[in-house]
Design a protein around this ligand. Structure first.
Ligand code: HEC
Ligand code: HEC
Length: 210
């Protein structure tokens, strides 16, 4: 009785997750612009705005290299420094080897508390995969990497839009970059502006600065 109830609950929640993914994909399909409908110059303009977002501490602090040390830019500071308390993401990128990130960064869809409380998200807090390094890279390097399916999780331009919508449907890390908790700076524009810029950049053929 009990186990079949649990099974039914698990089945229902995986259907809900699946429905969420389908809804996010539908939305991303609406965001996408016809390939070639945006000029190279407009695409480069959009990239400049994207670059300002992805190099911002709210994004880059998690997109770090294989040393797996998350970065802090505490409220009132502009210079990045390594995460306090000797925190290490490990190979797992979730801190499983030492202290899990989610010990302090709660998995919750509730709004972030003001700095210096640890930010949270609707998915388990973790570093981005090693391939997706942004911290310390130039805009041109990030651009080349972000459009390379071998280094971006196998995503084409629409796949990147899917990722933004899917992450938002889970109250994930990306929309929360613009709602990081009072006292923390936010990337320029809004989450919706960022989606539009990614659509423009994609339709222009993902041009990169030299
Ligand atoms: C808490 C850490 C964290 C923060 C903060 C974060 N990300 Fe990520 N990011 C991840 C993880 C983990 C993945 C891998 C998810 C996947 O591939 O399904 C990822 C993947 C991505 C991807 C997929 C493709 C690629 O090449 O990276 C994009 C795009 C992205 N993040 C954008 C952003 C943006 C924009 C921000 C800031 C507004 C941001 N992220 C902030 C952890 C983070
Ligand atoms: C012992 C508690 C604790 C653990 C464990 C922890 N963090 Fe943090 N983290 C914090 C606190 C507190 C802050 C906020 C610091 C501030 O803003 O002054 C923070 C902030 C951050 C930031 C900066 C967010 C931003 O927007 O600038 C990142 C990135 C981060 N943590 C990643 C991680 C990752 C990845 C892990 C796991 C490998 C982890 N943290 C484990 C307490 C913790």
């Amino acid at each position: 009785m009990k186990s079949s109830l649990i099974a039914a609950v698990i089945a229902a929640s995986s259907i809900a997750t699946f429905a969420g993914i389908v809804a996010a994909k539908d939305e991303a399909a609406k965001d996408a612009l016809p390939p070639g409908s945006v000029s190279h110059a407009e695409g480069l303009e959009a990239w400049k705005r994207i670059e300002a977002v992805v190099t911002h501490p709210r994004c880059a602090n998690c997109h770090v290299d294989a040393k797996a040390i998350p970065i802090w830019t505490p409220a009132g500071e502009t210079k990045p420094r390594v995460h306090g308390m000797n925190i290490h993401g490990g190979e797992s990128r979730i801190g499983a080897e030492a202290i899990r990130c989610s010990t302090c960064h709660m998995t919750s869809t509730q709004a972030n508390d003001p700095a210096p409380e640890p930010p949270r998200a609707g998915i388990d807090w973790q570093l981005a995969p090693v391939d997706f390094i942004w911290f310390g890279k130039s805009g041109a390097e990030i651009c080349a990497q972000l459009k390379d399916p071998k280094r971006n999780g196998g995503r084409d331009a629409v796949g990147l839009l899917n990722h933004l919508r899917h992450d938002a449907s889970l109250s994930g890390f990306i929309p929360r970059g613009w709602e990081p908790g009072a006292g923390r700076t936010t990337p320029p524009g809004t989450f919706e502006d960022h989606v539009k810029d990614m659509a423009l950049w994609g339709a222009a053929g993902q041009p990169c600065p030299n």
